[in-house]
Design a protein. Sequence first.
Length: 190
Amino acid sequence: MSSSASPLPAPAGRRPALLVAFHWITVLALVAAVALALGREAVDEKALRAVLLNLHKSFGLLLLGLALVRIALRAFLHPLPAVAELPLLARLGAAATHGLLYLLLLAVPVCGWLLANSHGKPAGFFGLFTLPGLVDIDEDLGDLTSELHETGAYLLLGLIGLHIAAALHHHFMLKDRVLLSMLPGLRRRP
């Protein structure tokens, strides 16, 4: 291989900077929400558990807002240019995975909001404001939304694992620019 040859094909494009920024802000907010939920389980002190739960709720609501913005951006920027040639089945699988990711990024926080309300608790956003209640106190609804929130969170994490594995497969096995198109701060190669 000559020194001028690149192991990657010529750049097929980058995702719009705003879309990339919101992707990585979502990642950070999701890591924070998960860390707070897991951290809360490891703490016995009631006051600290309450603080961690309120922060978890706030990051959950932030994720809901980010998901809505990202969906609007995707609709506005549709169709996004292809960054790799993929067979039909792979394109359908990627579209289904992205669709489920967005659905869960909406559903999991909404279930958390319903869960809080069904136990008579507010859904506040970093102490800045409190969202209106969606439902009255209802123990049965609380049990249902608790299960849906937790199951949805695990499904979301599983899909994120699949999403990461696919990005790494594109980069290391297919040697295309799919992963590079979503990394922040990288410029196209000439």
